[in-house]
Design a protein around this ligand. Structure first.
Ligand code: PLP
Length: 377
């Protein structure tokens, strides 16, 4: 059976973990953490990067930094993972769900203005499958209404957006704040893990404090203050050096990982073009593809269920994805009742195919042939 995902190990992870252990510094914000953060800042132009224990954690830090209060409204796509919403719900926010485009699961930027009220505090674009949201339109709205933009870039490492001015910028470097994931299902991994990136300098100082249990410990260790203590709210959001050491091995192989994933993605795309009933992902002109995920959209829920079964019988594990959050058992009764047909369409019809580093192009060809065979009968 070819699984849907298989975590990739570079072979250096245990060596770096051993180095971290031998250094005698195992808690957070040590040498490996700082190496990882410096890499991301330099490579992608984030003003500040802080490793976290998950993307969910990084989003929770965003909710604290945005000072979300009970009753505040936050605009979130319905077709996303629970974490995108729950980080703000924990602070008492009301989630106002945005619909997807008809041909792309990302939030439809042209529909957002109608969702803004005097209570709106933030917009949270999710770059689904690592494909950029329309960031110029979203940033423009945020500027006009004085809102924060918090990118959920969990799937978007090493992916880019080219704006009106023709400048190509990394996802996670555009919003005021952004959150990444290094969960084992993402492109580069540390088992569980994540990162907060801060592009609006106003938030850097406070982010370091919230990261370190509400203390100014990071400043103290840099020698900027002569004692440290409790100065703000916060939690223990930073990962141990063991996690950062693992991540460093992955970062060293980022280019190779990305190349392989994009090759597999392209093999699916080429192979499945012109197969009846199978709609391929649409990449807007402003977006790049980081090879995070290959999905297809089928005409109906029953067509998808059938294809999952056929692929299963042929030895391939394909999986559906999110179930619209506005109709989830937890949030349904709190949702304002608007229907979000595009989100529901992707809930029913989107199917993700196996894509991981050790998958071969031959495997992809076989999966493609299986699908072609089914639909060309
Ligand atoms: C994976 C993912 C998350 C959660 O990441 P964790 O690191 O597991 O907390 C959040 N949002 C999106 C869009 C994701 O894909």
């Amino acid at each position: 059976m070819i699984p849907f995902n298989k975590p990739f190990l570079t072979g250096k992870e245990t060596q770096y973990i051993q180095e971290a252990v031998q250094s005698g510094k195992l808690s957070g914000n040590g040498i490996f953490t700082q190496k990882c953060q410096a890499f991301f800042e330099q490579e992608y132009g984030f003003k500040k990067a802080l490793l976290t224990t998950s993307c969910t954690d990084a989003l929770e830090m965003c909710a604290l930094l945005a000072d979300i209060q009970p009753g505040d409204e936050v605009i979130v796509p319905s077709f996303t993972f629970v974490s995108t919403a729950i980080a703000f719900v924990r602070q008492g926010a009301t989630i106002v769900f945005a619909d997807s485009y008809s041909d792309n699961p990302n939030m439809d930027a042209s529909q957002l203005e109608a969702l803004i009220t005097p209570k709106t505090k933030a917009i949270v674009p999710v770059h689904y499958a690592g494909v950029a949201c329309d960031m110029d339109a979203i940033m423009d709205l945020a500027n006009r209404y004085n809102l924060l933009v918090i990118e959920d870039a969990a799937q978007a490492i090493d992916s880019f957006y080219t704006g009106k001015e023709g400048v190509k910028r990394a996802l996670g470097s555009i919003g005021h704040l952004a959150a990444f994931s290094f969960h084992e299902t993402k492109n580069i991994i540390s088992g569980e893990g994540g990162m907060l990136t801060i592009n609006d300098e106003r938030f850097i100082h406070r982010a370091e404090i919230i990261w370190e249990k509400g203390t100014n410990r990071a400043e103290f260790f840099r020698g900027e203050v002569n004692k440290y203590g409790w100065v703000d709210t916060g939690s223990s959001f930073l990962p141990s050096e063991v996690i950062a050491a693992f991540l460093w091995a992955q970062i060293e192989n980022l280019a190779v990982i990305q190349q392989k994933r994009k090759t597999l993605w392209n093999a699916y795309y080429q192979g499945l073009q012109s197969v009846p009933s199978v709609t391929l992902p649409q990449l807007p002109e402003y977006a790049t593809n980081n090879g995070h995920m290959f999905y297809v959209v089928l005409p109906s829920l029953s067509a998808r269920t059938q294809l999952i079964r056929y692929l299963q019988e042929a030895g391939y594990h394909a999986v559906f994805h999110y179930i619209s959050l506005h109709s989830s058992p937890y949030y349904q009764s709190k949702h304002d009742g608007r229907s979000l047909p595009h989100s529901d369409h992707f809930t029913d019809c989107l199917l993700r195919l196996p894509l991981f580093y050790s998958l071969s192009e031959l495997d992809v060809q076989k999966i493609v042939e299986t699908i072609r065979f089914i639909y060309e009968q």
